[in-house]
Design a binder for this molecule. Sequence first.
Ligand SMILES: Nc1ncnc2c1ncn2[C@@H]1O[C@H](COP(=O)(O)OP(=O)(O)OP(=O)(O)O)[C@@H](O)[C@H]1O
Length: 234
Amino acid sequence: MVEKLLELRDVSCARNKDENIFSSVNFDVNEGDVVVLQGKSGCGKTTLMKCIAHLNVYEGHITFNGRSPKSYGIPSYRTQIFYVPQRPSLLPGTPRDFLATIASFQSRKAHSKTEGGDLNYPMDVAGAWGIDEELWDRNWSNLSGGESQRIALATAVGLNTAEVLLLDEPTSALDPTSSSQVEQFILDELKSSESRLKAVVWITHSEEQGRRVGTRFLRISASGCDEDARMPET
Ligand SMILES: Nc1ncnc2c1ncn2[C@@H]1O[C@H](COP(=O)(O)OP(=O)(O)OP(=O)(O)O)[C@@H](O)[C@H]1O
């Protein structure tokens, strides 16, 4: 039987006290899913991802393996339901600080690749994507958009704590070759028995990318979300 990972029931998020960005969002994320989130600019895709990661206030219920985020402890929950922001360059400090902070929150059920707090694997992953090790010690604000995206993704994938990755336009700053390298790596991790990764929620404005990676397609609007059988033409 397919394992249900995330369950969203009647999730809504307020823009202000009189208005919601969206309401009545209901869907599940199951093992093996790559859920592509679509919807017009400003409809709330990023906001919804932040609600799932428990980075935004929301109404309704979100559970992971049938339990509330709080029951895991929020830092531990966030290592398992791992949000990769669209612009990591806004993070404070350096990527190495970020890696150390996340690693300190990682669940005790660390998998073989990161057992014993091995922080080299994220650097190896980033290295395979063309990131020199010295970039890990620069401030995020001094990295290019594409460098910071690759480092944030390599951290998320390489720490191997995430069962669900929440990817917010993860390749928007990458050239097509780097972009397809990253896409393929993530899809391979999803299939690998070595990896804890079980599902991905992916925001992209690229129809081609959506078709390449997606197994399910959800459209967000103010009144909720609808599932499409395939990536719709815009
Ligand atoms: N911190 C905030 N305070 C108030 N409004 C916000 C905040 N963050 C986002 N919004 C508003 O919430 C709405 C949804 O924004 P969000 O970034 O989630 O949209 P999106 O669908 O991801 O957009 P895009 O496709 O352009 O990235 C927008 O109208 C935005 O202006």
